[in-house]
Design a protein around this ligand. Structure first.
Ligand code: URA
Ligand code: SF4
Length: 210
């Protein structure tokens, strides 16, 4: 078989969650599977209609095989709790399902996925959206937002406000928790507060829908 340029070739016929997870384990839709430990598929409540999309698994996610379980995930958990959103009730995934990294000494340093890699991985995300039918869709950071709302989308300008899109009745973008971790310490708390404020907008909508 010729080398694949998209996850599309690996989609199962029946798009059940179990089938998707299984099929994604063997995905070679771009080169990122080559240097990663495993595919990290989305996880969580498939029924709530509340979907969070990040960028790609990080070092810890790659080893453990679950999304948002590393430093960014712990910060996300804290912010969700503060905003009053139950992580058990949301579905959490990433735009790209394999960890992209470059060596830095003994560490594996996160590397931003290219637009072509985000595009290659998009069939998995679309399948997840079909399955979960989000009423509330939350993009964490530019990679997720640009993958779903287009390359011209600017998170810094559009964050925290409801967006017009066919993907979900309510869609919104905010910064990525990793961006908070990278912020210089004197500004970090303010950055975190703004993040919680955006998530509080989401929490209010969840309350309205319940
Ligand atoms: N950053 C992400 O975007 N996703 C994860 O799962 C972990 C870190
Ligand atoms: Fe497939 Fe996505 Fe992994 Fe590329 S990053 S190999 S498209 S699952």
């Amino acid at each position: 078989m010729a080398e694949s340029s998209s996850a599309f070739d690996f989609l199962p016929e029946d798009l059940s969650y179990e089938n998707l997870v299984k099929a994604a384990e063997g995905c070679q839709g771009c080169d990122l599977y080559k240097n990663a430990t495993q595919t990290v598929f989305g996880e969580g409540d498939l029924e709530s209609g509340i979907v969070f999309v990040g960028e790609q698994p990080g070092d810890e996610e790659d080893v453990k095989g679950h999304p948002f379980v590393g430093p960014a995930g712990r910060l996300l958990d804290k912010a969700l709790a503060e905003a009053g959103i139950d992580r058990q009730r949301i579905y959490v995934t990433n735009a790209v399902k394999h960890f992209k990294w470059k060596p830095q000494g003994k560490r594996r340093l996160h590397e931003k996925p290219k637009a072509s890699e985000v595009a290659a991985c998009d069939p998995w995300l679309r399948a997840e959206l079909m399955l979960t039918q989000p009423r509330i869709l939350v993009c964490l950071g530019a990679s997720a937002a640009q993958s779903l709302f287009g390359r011209d989308f600017r998170v810094t300008q559009m964050r925290g406000q409801w967006l017009e899109t066919e993907l979900a009745a309510n869609a919104i973008a905010t910064i990525h928790p990793s961006a908070i971790l990278r912020t210089p310490s004197d500004l970090r708390e303010a950055e975190y507060r703004d993040f919680v404020a955006d998530l509080t907008v989401v929490a209010r909508e969840i309350d309205l829908l319940n």
